[in-house]
Design a protein around this ligand. Structure first.
Ligand code: AMP
Length: 170
């Protein structure tokens, strides 16, 4: 299935120079969305995932259906101030701006095999911060999956040897 037909490139959003990849047509199409989730779920299963983690907010859109498909739990990594219990936080730079992410400390158990899902790999900052949070809590990151990877930003170099699935490359 050619998923690129469901991605709209929006130039200069949210600021000049950014080619924003709008994924909303893909998630609005039943067949394209199901195909995407099925591909991600097969890859996560093959890596031996026993928990899915997704970063705020588009990681939730793709991560939760994968966790449902594989009978696994889902743990959100959120923007600061959203999670009510004790959190571990990590700050990082984005393709545009900077961000901080937080996870409930109790939600990741030492030795768990964690699979991370997000919509798009750009600079890799979001994923690296998510990996750092998981590893600081003793989790074992077994792989990650994205709908889109922006190859020219070289984000995968930040991720080390972790197996990566990207369904579309730009
Ligand atoms: P990064 O931390 O640079 O890898 O950026 C990852 C997050 O920023 C992704 O989860 C996207 O939601 C968002 N993002 C970054 N660049 C773009 C882009 N060109 N189009 C759409 N979303 C983007």
């Amino acid at each position: 299935m050619d998923l690129s037909r469901y991605i709209i490139n929006v130039p200069d959003f949210p600021e000049k120079g950014i080619q924003f990849k709008d994924i909303t047509p893909l998630i609005g199409d039943a067949k394209a969305f199901k195909y995407t989730i099925d591909q991600m779920a097969a890859f996560a299963k093959a890596q031996g995932a026993d928990l899915i983690v997704g970063p705020d907010a588009r990681g939730f859109i793709f991560g939760t259906p994968v966790s449902y498909a594989l009978d696994l739990g889902f743990i959100p990594v959120r923007k600061p101030g959203k999670l009510p219990r004790k959190v571990l936080q990590e700050s990082y730079d984005l393709e545009y701006g900077s961000n901080t992410l937080a996870v409930h400390e109790e939600d990741i158990k030492p030795g768990q095999n964690i699979f991370i899902i997000d919509d798009l790999l750009a600079t890799g900052g979001t994923l690296k911060a998510t990996i750092n949070l998981i590893e600081k809590l003793g989790g074992n990151v077994v792989g990650c999956a994205f709908l889109i990877e922006l190859d020219f930003l070289g984000g995968r170099e930040l991720l080390g040897n972790i197996p990566i699935l990207s369904l579309l490359h730009y």
